[in-house]
Design a protein around this ligand. Structure first.
Ligand SMILES: *Cc1c(COP(=O)(O)O)cnc(C)c1O
Length: 455
């Protein structure tokens, strides 16, 4: 058993329910507030932009939410995903037997990341409610391409507002979205009031996720035939991703292992939560385990942001949610981990940090890519830029355990492959990749614009 490299489940092991952590939380999540009245919002406030079933799931207190048969049938195209024992990385790091590394690989999905785990159910619920068209934003393009695939499966039109810098850096993601039948334009765009306003103030804006969200929400809110879909941050998205951690628990059981540490990268928090929530359930039941979110030093939401109510977007159209935030006006440096450039963090992940159920660490991008090179040269899989942050922390933990003479089992989430991110590797390998640490003055300035809530 100890020599096994891939721990594989059969299709019959595919989870039948998503795990909803809400009823198990030590205290309830602070409610989202209306952007105008600053009072808690109700389902009717969200109905113009989301289908009813998604709104129900967003506030559900059911611990287990059944995965529809139609969704499981599509999950079967790539799920269950493999859990690897990183024998070759362990050897490259010259680790003793007592230090072991496992990784759960989501790059086997058709679009190359964990995103289809939520894109498919979201498209399905829209289809059930007769929605003809969806508007969304995308950063690096993983979400746009995953939702484009899901919309192709259910015959829904999709318009994607893609953060301009990524649109320029990742033309192949756009081509993939178009192959699936979606329309993709760079954001800020001239197609919405939000986009036009930003361009009037800053014609050279390279965009941000916050801006692209404003555009997509406005598109959906101003058209009867259109709803909006979000690929991260919200409770229902994180819940859909829990298939990852549920499978990993079973696979570690096959490996007769229990992780001392689970590490995932966190942008909006969805792949991280999807991997760790089933382990947090075990932790709350008394199991000993550390859980670490890895984030970029250029967008240090959890490690340097403030836990406060803030808007989800730049134009202040979305509800206010309580989260770790760098301020809705924050525009991050053009780092390559496009999926980690959001100003906020999932309210659920923020809440877990407040309750000390998780920890967070920031990683600089050159150190992250250095770890990725060690990984690709030993394990062969080229990681997406986002999970390289988790790989860095994994390698550091492993080496620390080796030097301290400790036994340690580490699990990390390899949430996507980097085949569309080769220009990032190109800049790293040619020595032109820069480190950014977000300046404190910029953080202070953005935080000064946080909305005032009188409790
Ligand atoms: C989108 C994406 C992320 C960031 O989003 P989360 O919601 O934090 O998971 C990270 N990694 C990959 C590969 C992504 O596609």
């Amino acid at each position: 058993m100890s020599e096994t490299t891939k721990f594989l489940l059969s299709e019959t092991d595919l989870p039948k329910d998503w795990y909803n952590v809400s009823p198990d939380l030590p205290s309830p999540l602070p409610p989202p507030l209306h952007p105008g009245t600053k009072q808690p919002i109700g389902p009717e406030d969200l109905a113009p932009i989301f289908p009813m079933e998604i709104i129900r799931q967003e506030v559900s207190q059911d611990r287990w939410v059944p995965i529809p048969v139609e969704v499981r049938d599509i999950y079967r195209l790539w799920r269950p995903t493999p859990l690897y024992r990183a024998h070759r990385l362990e050897a490259a790091l010259d680790l003793p037997d007592r230090v072991r590394i496992f990784y759960k690989y989501e790059g086997v999905s058709p679009s190359g990341s964990h995103k289809p785990n939520t894109a498919v159910p979201q498209a399905f619920y829209n289809k059930l409610e007769g929605v003809k068209r969806i508007a969304t934003e995308t950063g690096a393009g993983q979400w746009g391409s995953s939702l484009a695939m899901a919309c192709a499966f259910f015959g829904i039109d999709l318009k994607v507002y893609m953060v301009k810098i990524s649109y320029a850096q990742k033309p192949y993601r756009r081509a993939l979205m178009e192959a699936y039948g979606a329309t993709c334009i760079p954001s800020p765009s001239m197609d919405t009031n939000a986009g036009r306003t930003i361009l009037a103030n800053d014609p050279d804006s390279t965009g941000s996720l916050g801006i692209a969200i404003s555009e997509a929400v406005e598109d959906a809110a101003t058209r009867d035939d259109t709803k909006y879909a979000l690929g991260s941050v919200l409770n229902h998205v994180l819940m859909h991703q829990t298939v990852i951690g549920q499978e990993a628990l079973k696979q570690l059981e096959m490996a007769e292992a229990w992780p001392d540490v689970v590490i995932g990268c966190a942008g909006g928090g969805s792949n991280f939560a999807g991997l760790v929530l089933p382990f947090i359930r075990e932790k709350m039941a008394g199991k000993d385990i550390r859980i670490i979110a890895a984030e970029p030093a250029a967008c240090p939401t959890l490690t340097r942001g403030t836990y406060a109510y803030d808007f989800g977007d730049t134009s202040m159209l979305t509800p206010l949610v309580k989260m770790h935030t760098l301020g809705h006006s924050f525009v991050p440096a053009g780092i390559h981990a496009g999926g980690l450039r959001y100003h906020g963090m999932a309210p659920l992940v923020s809440h877990l940090l407040e309750h000390n159920l998780i920890e967070a660490q920031a990683v600089k991008q050159r150190a992250a890519f250095e770890a990725a090179i060690t990984f690709v040269r030993s394990e062969g899989i080229l990681p997406a830029p986002e999970p390289t942050h988790a790989i860095r922390l994994t390698i550091d933990e492993a080496i620390r355990a080796k030097e301290a003479g400790e036994s340690k089992t580490i699990l990390f989430g390899l949430c996507g492959h980097g085949h569309f991110d080769l220009s990032a590797y190109d800049s790293y390998l040619s020595g032109s990749l820069q480190d950014y640490e977000h300046p404190q003055e910029a953080i202070d300035a953005a935080l000064a614009e946080l909305p005032v809530i009188s409790a």
